[in-house]
Structures are given as structure tokens and as C-alpha cells.
Design a binder for this molecule. Structure first.
Ligand SMILES: C[S@@+](CC[C@H](N)C(=O)[O-])C[C@H]1O[C@@H](n2cnc3c(N)ncnc32)[C@H](O)[C@@H]1O
Length: 271
């Protein structure tokens, strides 16, 4: 098959950076995530990945973040093997393949139509696995998802790209639609969003971050049924010691400066 040409810009182009990061990790001597499929897929895309701004060190950080989110997501699926998964802003992530959910799980990968078209050309179709091509904030897409099970919402590297009002409306619509569920995602604080000029892959993609979340209260006001189960600063992720010296120094400093520690946080919400 000829390699796939890609013409992605702005926030869509950031998926090439995260995919590249996971592929670099898979090709490293001691991978953190070991996403072999990411490494295979990248060879089928006609793109100069050196231009994503990702390197071996930041690739490991991306792999660690993905591994962490996989762990929180897997805990829910172990307890709820009949759940519906909404994997929002999936990009070209291989989370479905990594997690290999039981056949009782209904899994939806959601991203913009051109991203979903590209996914369709790169990944084989599977039973129990559906893709939806839509902006996540154009809420009509939710009508395609049956509401008869609990839901696991996973969003990695997505929320900060959404307009805050539209992002809140998305979370509200999901909570209104399902009887119960869990939401697992990473977020940046308003300070983190302000510092986006320091994020090389974001700058290279020409993407703009918009939504800063400064703690659970910013999320709990979105819907009275939402409660916060857990939060974790990215600087406290298990495995941080396997990142570069630069990352490790940043973690030491962040642990001393609360505002810095709060710039990048994982949230686990339930309703
Ligand atoms: C940093 S990438 C992360 C992709 C994937 N989650 C990963 O970790 O590799 C951000 C993703 O969010 C998607 N995205 C951003 N805004 C979106 C929106 N309004 N609707 C759907 N997808 C969106 C982009 O297309 C892109 O795939």
C-alpha cells in the first residue's frame, strides 16, 4: 500500500506529535508504553515527523501519560465490562488495541472527520469498535451512541483545545445522556495554557489552547451529578524517574511550587 499523505493543521496536527512520541518510545531500548502499533503505523504515513517537535525525551513523557490514562481506564472496564467507551479526540492513538477490551465493551473513537477518515485507512475495522467523525463539541454525534450502559469517557490531550463553554456543554450533555459513568482526562491550568508558547509540538502544529482548568471545582460546577474521585499532578506520575534529567528536575521544582505542580493534572470524575 502507498504511504498515506496527511494534511492536518492546528490542533489536528498535534496528533502527529503524540503518535510520533509513542513510536519513539516503542523504538527505544527500554520502552515505557511499548506501543508497537504506533511504531508500525508511523511508517505508513508520508510525513516528516522530525517537524512535530517531538524528541526521544518528550516521547517518553507522552508514553508515560498514555500508560497512566490506560491504567485508570482499565480499572473502570474491569469493574464495568459492559460499559460504553467514548474515546474523545482519539487522533491516531492505539488505545483500543493496547487495552484490548472484552467483546462486551462498545468502544467509540471520536475525532474530526478528516482524522477519522485517516484512521479508517490505517487501522482495520473491528467488531465492537466504531468511529465517529465529528467535532466533539457538535453534540449531535452523541445521538449515535446508545445510552443503555454505563459510560467511560477518556480524553487525552484534548480538553485544553476546546472552547471552555463548549467543552463544559459537552461534559454536561454526556452526564445528562447516561445513567452513570467515569471520566478520565488530563488538563492544564490557566497558567499551563498561558505557557503554551513553551510547548514545542503545540507551536509547531500551530495549535491554540483555550481551556484552563484550575481544579475540581471548575469541573463540578458543570453538572450537579459530577463528583471528583481523584486528581493527580502529572509531576507525581509513577515512572517520572524514567524520564530525562530535564523532566526530573522540573518535577523536583514543581513539587516545591504548588502553582507549577497544578499546571498539568489528571482528573478522574464520576457521576
Ligand atoms: C494532542 S492530540 C491527542 C490525540 C490522541 N488523544 C493522542 O493522545 O494521541 C489532540 C486531538 O484532539 C483532537 N481534537 C481537538 N479538538 C477537537 C474537537 N473539537 N473535536 C474532536 N477532536 C478534537 C485533534 O484532532 C487531535 O486528534
Amino acid at each position: 500500500m502507498p504511504p498515506e499523505k496527511v494534511h492536518l493543521t492546528e490542533e489536528k496536527a498535534t496528533l502527529l506529535a503524540t503518535l510520533h512520541g509513542r513510536a519513539l518510545d516503542a523504538r527505544s531500548p527500554q520502552p515505557i508504553l511499548g506501543d508497537e502499533l504506533a511504531s508500525e503505523v508511523i511508517d505508513r504515513i508520508d510525513h516528516d515527523f522530525a517537524k512535530t517537535g517531538m524528541n526521544a525525551g518528550t516521547g517518553r513523557a507522552v508514553a508515560l501519560r498514555a500508560r497512566f490514562i490506560d491504567t485508570w481506564a482499565a480499572e473502570y472496564l474491569t469493574e464495568h465490562p459492559q460499559a460504553t467507551v467514548l474515546h474523545l479526540g482519539c487522533g491516531l492513538d492505539t488505545r483500543y488495541h493496547r487495552m484490548a477490551p472484552p467483546p462486551t465493551v462498545r468502544w467509540y473513537d471520536v475525532d474530526y472527520p478528516d482524522v477519522i477518515d485517516l484512521r479508517g485507512r490505517l487501522f482495520p475495522a473491528r467488531t465492537g469498535y466504531t468511529t465517529i467523525g465529528s467535532s466533539v463539541t457538535d453534540l449531535a454525534w452523541l445521538e449515535q451512541v446508545p445510552r443503555d450502559t454505563d459510560v467511560l469517557v477518556v480524553a487525552e490531550g484534548l480538553l485544553y483545545y476546546l472552547d471552555p463553554m463548549r467543552g463544559a456543554a459537552l461534559l454536561r450533555a454526556i452526564v445528562d445522556r447516561f445513567a452513570g459513568g467515569r471520566l478520565v482526562f488530563d488538563a492544564l491550568s490557566t497558567r499551563g495554557v498561558r505557557l503554551q508558547w513553551r510547548n514545542k509540538p503545540v507551536q509547531k502544529a500551530g495549535a491554540t489552547m483555550q481551556w484552563g482548568i484550575d481544579g475540581p471545582d471548575d469541573l463540578l460546577v458543570i453538572h450537579p451529578r459530577l463528583r471528583c474521585v481523584s486528581t493527580l499532578s502529572a509531576f507525581d506520575m509513577e515512572g517520572f524517574d524514567r524520564l530525562t534529567a530535564q523532566h526530573r528536575v522540573a518535577a523536583v521544582i514543581a513539587r516545591l511550587i504548588p502553582a507549577m505542580k497544578r499546571t498539568a493534572v489528571f482528573y478522574l470524575l464520576e457521576f
